[in-house]
Design a protein around this ligand. Structure first.
Ligand SMILES: *Cc1c(COP(=O)(O)O)cnc(C)c1O
Length: 399
């Protein structure tokens, strides 16, 4: 039996960027026109302004604009000289770029399962891998089964909530590992101690892909750091390792951010706190509405850690009969998405890493159960309530 649709007219997309643009159109169009008039398209004044502003926003002293979040991760690995024979510990439950860049740098991903409560890298799992599966040989930490040298930790702040950085940093310090924070989904999030995403590890990586909380008009990203020497190296990696012009000290890439993207982002950054607050208010509304609908024992709502700042890039629930629910929501005019249906250790392209099905049960369970619901700032209360009503009707018919 299919559940009915509560209102034939209502539509709730997963994300609609048009209202945000409409509100800032004159300002943004003028900024784009200024770049066009200047015909200075790379690493101009808007890039410098954005780098300073995003670094400050993230509690860092240096920002190095990059062509995407993916390129920010790759540049960070290159700047830390992580390559062939090296390994990086990370989560298998994340967007592909996290492990894709580790492989492209020539290194190997050592996956560790997530904490089911937060979807983020489990510090206990990392500790187990470091203490039980690795050994010191000379000054190096070797992963016994693969013979790789463990060089870094790459925690991901998934969905807009920070990974548990205090124990992860303690382990990194004890074992001499560098830390790259994948904060692509988490600009401006903070942990229970008030520390911003990107300000804790050696390098923080941000994405300005349009679906992130601070979205460009295309691809863009940034590395931020508190280490002046690393900042200089990242700036060099960004332009083919070139310093001075046509003298290449190291091998880098073309990872430049566009001046046009920076001009748009400088304007949008001024509104980011308002948008994050609106996302938090939407999440709050969902918490109340799910409770009133009697759904709290049915679906699992995302955890908000006490004292932490969750910026809700995604609002992700665990739902029984997830695929049927997603189909029902689609028929109701409600957008939803599965982030992510296949954990990275089960991706075809990583088959040679040799992880079997069942290797990371929490990541696999999350991949089977999670569903992201609309949470973008401009949603109305009526739209949010409609999403909950549709979910209530589904479970009333699928008890
Ligand atoms: C979006 C994203 C990236 C990559 O960012 P792009 O700008 O799309 O290249 C990396 N890691 C995570 C967790 C992401 O969500």
């Amino acid at each position: 039996m299919t559940a009915p649709r509560p209102s034939p007219a209502m539509q709730v997309p997963l994300l609609d960027l048009k209202p945000q643009y409409r509100a800032l159109k004159s300002e943004i169009d003028a900024a784009i026109e200024r770049v066009c008039d200047s015909q200075a398209f790379t690493l101009g004044p808007a890039v410098k302004e954005l780098e300073a502003a995003v670094a400050a926003y993230s509690g860092c002293t240096h920002g190095i604009g990059m062509s995407s979040g993916t390129d920010a991760l790759l540049a960070a690995l290159m700047a830390l000289d992580i390559g062939a024979g090296d390994a990086v510990i990370t989560s298998p439950y994340t967007f592909f770029a996290t492990a894709g860049t580790i492989a492209r740098a020539g290194a190997r991903s050592l996956f560790v399962d997530i904490d089911p409560a937060t979807f983020n890298l489990s510090p206990a799992g990392v500790e187990r891998l470091l203490r039980e599966d690795c050994e010191r040989q000379g000054g190096r930490l070797v992963h016994r089964a693969t013979g790789t040298v463990v060089r870094a930790l790459m925690p991901v702040h998934l969905y807009g909530q920070m990974a548990d950085m205090t124990p992860l940093m303690a382990l990194a310090r004890e074992f001499g590992l560098r830390v790259i924070e994948d904060a692509a989904q988490a600009i401006g999030s903070a942990d229970g101690e008030g520390r911003r995403a990107c300000s804790i590890g050696d390098i923080g990586c941000l994405s300005f892909f349009p679906t992130k909380n601070l979205g460009a008009f295309g691809d863009a990203g940034m590395c931020v750091t508190n280490d002046a020497a690393l900042a200089a190296k990242l700036a060099m990696v960004r332009v083919h390792g070139m310093e001075p012009k046509y003298y290449h000290q190291i091998i880098g890439g073309n990872f430049r951010i566009d001046e046009l993207q920076a001009a748009v982002l400088v304007i949008k950054l001024r509104h980011l706190d308002d948008w994050s607050r609106a996302r938090q208010e939407n999440a709050c509304f969902y918490f109340g509405a799910f409770e009133k609908a009697g759904l709290k024992g049915v679906v699992t709502l995302p955890p908000a850690l006490p004292g932490a700042r969750h910026i809700y890039n995604q609002f992700v629930i665990r739902a029984p009969q997830r695929d049927a629910l997603k189909k029902h929501l689609g028929e109701c005019g409600v957008g939803s998405e599965i982030y992510y249906p296949v954990p990275l250790h089960r991706q075809e392209c990583f088959a040679q890493l040799g992880y079997a099905a069942g290797a990371f049960p929490e990541s696999e369970r999350a991949a089977a159960e999670t569903l992201a619901l609309p949470i973008f700032p401009e949603l109305s209360r009526e739209q949010l309530q409609y999403v909950v009503d549709c979910i209530r009707l589904f479970y009333a018919h699928h008890a």
